[in-house]
Design a protein around this ligand. Structure first.
Ligand code: ADP
Ligand code: MG
Length: 404
């Protein structure tokens, strides 16, 4: 926000035309030769279906035009060298020594991909990679899956694995990336982000069934209705949230044990009311109610999209937000403000998206009202002394691919 207190202009969310060039240039400056190829993988925003992936439920993300590029060249000595335009020195690690938490910091995400590929028997050897990104990092738009996806795409092509060629290979790569994030970056996330980055189609939302990883491509085009999906990046991340993701997963596992189920996916909405009293605490009842109703909302959202019923979709967004705010308790004052101000500015619906405790919210709103909504959210944040939020409109873009 400038001194005049106005909102940041809403970005049209298109990707940087020269992002691949920046990665290639960083590669040349760092490693003193040119890369042999360029790959890119998108971030994602989840339309609906939050904290359902690790409950074997349904999710509905879109891949974003914003992405992370990898300029890369293979090596034959087992060394992995990584550099990013997000700053920091070159990280060098022997592929054979990559382990949980090693290398340190950001490089564990891409290095983890090498580890996960080799663990299932592929030979990667070594490689040099330079990353550039036009995704906001840590904003809940899955820059982590984007850097993993770009790395995985580069490894697959450079090592002749051919895993980008069809959805079966891409599903394998998504699993590899999830293992990298879980086991090496030590972030216990479900598989939605990686699936969106590797398996989505342009112009479509990805209906992913996390029970069996099957996908359904649901047309997602707001232009005919003159609507946009406005992403509101609150620019906050509450440290209190760090342990909360694991705590929510633990609550779900406990509920599953108490009910004698395999997963919360197995609890039908029709049986919810009679089942909840069997749980040992109000907290577990609320957590369970969120997961079961949220899975149903994903089903209804897919039907609403198929019927171009955007009023209905907006209502589902709002119900999802209330469920996350009150039952799953993963919202925060900034996300609630973003949601409420977007509604007051005329949005058909709005909700927090991603893991919670900060990150981004989304609003389904008339294109001509998006800037006014941005102004309203910004003013509300300024009045509370909060950092000015950022705004991007999102369209459904394509998955990880070779771009040069
Ligand atoms: P999100 O995925 O929502 O952006 P995460 O906390 O899951 O947030 O992942 C962000 C982390 O991923 C960063 O802190 C950094 O370690 C790593 N990361 C992602 N993209 C890049 C990049 N282009 N360069 C360096 N590190 C990155
Ligand atoms: Mg992430």
């Amino acid at each position: 926000m400038g001194d005049n207190g106005r909102a940041e202009a809403v970005s049209d969310g298109r990707t940087a035309p020269d992002g691949g060039g920046q990665a290639a240039e960083l590669f040349r400056q760092t490693f003193d030769h040119w890369p042999t190829g360029l790959w890119a993988a998108p971030g994602r925003v989840n339309l609906i279906g939050e904290h359902t992936d690790y409950n074997r439920g349904l999710v509905l993300p879109i891949a974003l035009p914003r992405r992370t590029w990898a300029a890369a060249a293979g090596r034959s000595d087992g060394l992995v060298r990584l550099v990013s335009d997000q700053g920091g020195a070159v990280v060098e690690v022997e592929a054979a020594t990559i382990a949980p938490g090693r290398p340190a910091d950001w490089a564990r995400y891409p290095a983890g991909v090498v580890w996960a590929l080799e663990r299932v028997g592929w030979t990667v050897g070594g490689l040099d990679v330079a990353f550039a990104s036009d995704l906001p990092i840590g904003a809940g738009l899955s820059s982590s899956a984007a850097i993993e996806g770009a790395m995985a795409a580069a490894c697959s092509d450079l090592c002749g694995l051919g895993l980008l060629a069809d959805d079966t290979g891409r599903q394998q790569l998504a699993q590899i990336c999830q293992q990298a994030e879980n086991d090496i970056a030590l972030a216990p996330t479900g598989g939605m982000d990686q699936a969106a980055s590797l398996r989505a189609l342009p112009g479509h939302a990805l209906g992913l069934d996390c029970a069996d990883q099957s996908v359904e491509h649901v047309p997602f085009d707001l232009d005919p209705a003159q609507l946009v999906l406005l992403i509101i990046d609150t620019k906050v991340h509450h440290a209190l949230g760090d342990g909360q993701y694991g705590a929510r997963r633990a609550d779900c596992e406990r509920a599953v044990r108490e009910l004698g189920l395999d997963s919360l996916r197995d609890l039908a909405l029709a049986d919810l009311d009679q089942t909840l009293p069997r749980l040992s605490s109000q907290r577990l009842r609320r957590r369970t109610r969120h997961v079961v109703t949220e899975i149903e909302r994903v089903r209804q959202a897919k039907a609403a999209l198929a019927a171009a019923d955007f009023t209905g979709l907006g209502r589902l967004f709002n119900a999802s937000h209330q469920s996350m705010r009150h039952d799953y308790e993963i919202s925060c004052p900034e996300l609630d403000q973003a949601q409420e101000q977007a509604l007051a500015a005329g949005a058909l619906g709005a909700r927090m998206t991603g893991g919670g405790f900060g990150g981004s919210a989304i609003a389904l709103i008339a294109a001509q009202r998006a800037q006014a909504a941005a102004e309203a959210v910004t003013a509300a944040f300024a009045a509370r002394g909060w950092v000015a939020p950022g705004f991007i409109t999102a369209r459904a873009a394509g998955p990880a691919e070779r771009v040069g």
